[in-house]
Design a protein around this ligand. Structure first.
Ligand SMILES: C[S@@+](CC[C@H](N)C(=O)[O-])C[C@H]1O[C@@H](n2cnc3c(N)ncnc32)[C@H](O)[C@@H]1O
Length: 223
């Protein structure tokens, strides 16, 4: 019988940031997926650029850039994830740094050429999503690029209810304690209002023609 971790069963209104940190110790270690997505940023990449990986988890996307000689700063609220991110980036002291911080309030007082929100916005509190995106834009240099990946509404509607997968009941892992759907319209509006031009909108990972993730890449054209 499938054992549901306790933190999946906590009512959402009782979730705190402390609980969230514990929850995020559960993170799949799939470097292939990270590489397959980050390849979209190859055309914007050079070794002089600096990447900010917001909600870097265990540092797999960060590693993609470090392996290509690009410096990375990774930020995560989970102390344990930051330890793992450092372990996953053995040369991190030379080219990367990883820090515990809250990306909703982060203020590094510097800007970056590439800023990632890879599978992150859906995991902050709903009322912090827009704030987090604004913070990502604030940390992006002029002509810098922002990358956002989130699950689609259709995925939540169809796959999480599992009514399209015969014999498959509700999958608790889909209802993570903080897995708030992110509105693509909100993302487009906030980017547009803050001088970020849409460069790319695409979908990844299909189940029965239902896209699981959307990916948005934008360029900050004004200061
Ligand atoms: C699904 S994981 C994604 C990790 C990584 N970006 C990846 O795609 O493999 C979401 C990450 O966001 C982090 N996170 C959630 N809320 C955060 C916050 N307020 N500040 C910093 N990190 C946060 C979590 O700790 C977790 O590592």
């Amino acid at each position: 019988m499938e054992v549901i971790p306790e933190y999946f069963l906590v009512p959402k209104d009782e979730v705190t940031k402390e609980l969230m940190k514990e929850f995020f110790e559960w993170i799949p270690h799939d470097k292939t997926e990270a590489d397959e997505t980050m390849v979209l940023l190859d055309e914007y990449l050079t070794t002089e650029k600096i990447v900010l990986d917001l909600g870097c988890g265990i540092g797999l996307e960060s590693r993609y850039f470090a392996e290509r000689g690009t410096a990375v700063v990774g930020i995560d609220i989970s102390h344990k994830n930051i330890i793992k991110a450092k372990l996953n980036n053995p040369d991190y002291r030379k080219i990367s740094s990883f820090m515990v911080d809250d990306i909703t309030t982060l203020n590094l007082d510097r800007q970056f050429n590439i800023v990632l929100l890879h599978d992150v916005l859906e995991h902050v509190f709903k009322h912090e999503q827009e704030l987090t995106l604004l913070n990502a834009i604030k940390h992006t240099a002029k002509n810098g690029v922002i990358f956002i990946k989130c699950p689609t509404e259709e995925y939540k509607e169809k796959f999480c209810r599992s009514d399209i997968l015969p014999g498959h009941h509700v999958n608790p892992a889909c209802f993570q304690i903080l897995d708030e759907m992110v509105s693509l319209d909100m993302i487009k509006r906030v980017l547009n209002e803050n001088g970020v031009k849409l460069l790319f909108l695409g979908y990844r990972g299909f189940i029965a023609d239902v896209p699981i993730w959307f990916i948005v890449i934008g360029r900050k054209v004004i200061e």
